[in-house]
Design a protein around this ligand. Structure first.
Ligand code: BDR
Ligand code: CA
Length: 314
């Protein structure tokens, strides 16, 4: 089993990734840390705690709050137009049954990695602020974490926040550049692959028909929150009753790396440009010189990924 920490800004697709992790057989979730992004950091934690109560009443997983703003730049605003006022498509979930831990996100990540050297995979589904702060506090973190799987960035496709920047990188480009050049082993799961991995209304029908009894409440939540997500993707991307599984795909890749194919690239994250802040700049020249090598997911077996995603609820 892969031991993971999920660092997220619990919006709709983060929620689906968390629910997947709570049902997948091949993973141990050591903790969930939250960061501002889709919504503020407190709301992200509250959403997370409510999802835990929904999916596994009585069984606690530590939840730690992290950064409420980017390292240096002004807030770019929350993504309520994408994820709803409460971040989870305005679905009202039952109240939380546990409280956040007293450690903050960076402390939690540092301690857990130190106690379990080379064991923990950190899966980041939001801005990289918590990880950047943790590396600042404890530089040896880059040796104690096994690896980091990042949902974020894009190389060959346009951005979704700006023409060239994906939201998780755009929201804190300084943090992203720090993390990408830190020497940590990084796998980037960006829009190149997540936009191809879409859940559809037909998939939801399958879940409704074949979902296990104990997952009915989860499936009802997925349906309601995805309705909101489908609308957003219809209005902005002309998708009909479907939406990309950005965060779930990154989480699945952390557990099953062969779902995607990779290319090693030297990259930097642009954080000075007026029109290019948040762009992942890859040096694709035959003799790359700029940046640090990371592993970038460039293609995905989307049907297989969807099949595996659905199967854990059925
Ligand atoms: C990423 O941005 C957020 O809105 C989603 O939760 C996902 O992590 C996609 O660009
Ligand atoms: Ca997210």
């Amino acid at each position: 089993k892969t031991r993971i920490i999920i660092d997220c800004d619990t919006g709709i697709d983060d929620a689906l990734a968390i629910l997947y992790a709570l049902r997948a057989p091949n993973v141990i979730v050591e903790g969930i840390t939250t960061v501002f992004g889709n919504i503020d950091v407190e709301q992200a934690a509250d959403n997370t705690l409510r999802l835990l109560a929904l999916a596994q009443p009585g069984y606690e997983i530590p939840v730690a709050l992290g950064a409420s703003q980017a390292l240096v730049r002004e807030s770019t605003g929350f993504a309520t137009h994408v994820h709803g006022e409460n971040g989870i498509g305005d679905v009202q979930l039952p109240a939380a049954t546990q409280r956040p831990v007293s450690e903050n996100a960076s402390e939690f990540i540092i301690r857990t990695a130190k106690e379990n050297p080379d064991e923990i995979v950190l899966v980041t589904l939001g801005r990289l602020t918590n990880l950047s702060l943790a590396l600042e506090m404890e530089p040896t973190l880059k040796d104690t974490l096994k690896k980091v799987v990042v949902m974020g960035g894009t190389i060959f496709r346009p951005g979704n926040s700006t023409p060239v920047a994906e939201a998780n990188i755009w929201g804190d480009p300084e943090a992203a550049d720090h993390v990408f050049t830190s020497g940590l082993p990084i796998t980037m799961v960006g829009l190149d692959v997540t936009l191809k991995t879409r859940i559809t209304a037909e998939h939801l029908e399958l879940l409704n028909r074949y979902g296990r009894e104990e997952n009915k409440a989860i499936i009802a939540f997925m349906e309601q929150s995805l309705r909101h997500y489908f609308n957003f993707y219809r209005e902005t991307n002309y998708l009909q009753n479907s939406a990309p599984l950005h965060d779930p795909l990154a989480l699945m890749v952390a557990l099953q790396p062969d779902l995607v194919t990779y290319r090693q690239m030297k990259v930097r994250v642009e954080h000075k440009g007026e029109h290019t802040a948040g762009m992942v700049v890859a040096d694709l020249r035959p003799q790359p010189k700029v940046g640090h090598f990371i592993e970038v997911a460039v293609d995905v077996d989307a049907d297989r990924a969807l099949g595996i995603f659905l199967s854990v609820f059925m």
